[in-house]
Ligand binder design. Sequence first.
Ligand SMILES: *[C@@H]1O[C@H](CO)[C@@H](O)[C@H](O)[C@H]1NC(C)=O
Length: 355
Amino acid sequence: MSSIYLPLTGSSGGFSASLYALLVICPAVLMYNYLSSIGARPCAPSVELTTMPGVRVSKILIHPLKSCRGISVQHSRYTPEGLEYDRRWCIIEAKEKTVITAREFPKMVLITPKIEGDVLSISFPHGSGCEPFSLPLCPNQTILDRWERLEKIMMWHVPFDAYICEALPSPPSRSPSAVLSSYFGRPVHLVYKGAQPRACDPTATHPKLEANAVFQDCFPLMVLSEESTTRIEEELRGHVGTQGIDERWKTESLVIERFRPNVVFQGAGPFAEDSWEEIRIGSGPIISMVSKCTRCLLPNVSPDTGERDKAVPYKTLMKFRTGFDPQDKMKPCVGCNGVPSANGEIRVGDCVAAR
Ligand SMILES: *[C@@H]1O[C@H](CO)[C@@H](O)[C@H](O)[C@H]1NC(C)=O
């Protein structure tokens, strides 16, 4: 041990060590702090993947309640099941115990979750007659043991367990199930995912895929380049007035939130993600791109009004975004589905490496 410390305790060794600290470590720390303060971490060289200069994470979105409004965050931890707090909650039909989405109930997108410390607060649009309520953000086993456990809820015909959520005492409210049932005008429950894993289906490129999801549609993470929606918007402008595409689309922008991505990139160009097999964000683990994200009519629902456009963007996507998913060539694709190989953390401004 002493041989390690000796050079630093000797007088000349001590001098060179402090000089080293002054000349090398301090500037590196200052640079790191500066980059952190602007939200960008320096790019770690990636061994197997190619760092793409100028490509950065520009937005991170989590959607704690499936199909409800997303939350834009500056950083997020993740596990192989997805971003922390992303789609850990969902709403089910009280009788059939099936998961409901904004495909059937577009006004779900107006239900607004907010993370405040260790509390998840849920609020509703003015005039809905629904009072806000709060939930524990990380219900531990003591809390879950007090909630009713449902052995079997169904999502896309796959059964697993869940807990019926109860509200925190403050603010005073009816039960989440009662508030949401009055919002939807039908009996529903708010549930928290149980411990039973929900396995993802294998894909054409990953026939042996071993991954689990929470209440995401199919896979843990969805990634999308900002320029992709810009490209869709350009295509859209060219078809205004045809196929039921309203005149307002001459100027209205197609916000990326419609596509409900988790990680948004800037700088890679339209649909760059289509050609990525694996990515690394910052110094995180490898994230495998397992499939293209096929699209239904959900992006037609405006995240601001909860109204569904009859044509946009679905009809535009049908013109130039089909043929990308080998399992369903008729479905339009936007964005890619990813599976992280381990836990990690991402931050807005992080570099991206890809293969
Ligand atoms: C669970 O959380 C509650 C509320 O925050 C706390 O009072 C309790 O001690 C926790 N129980 C365990 C086992 O950590």
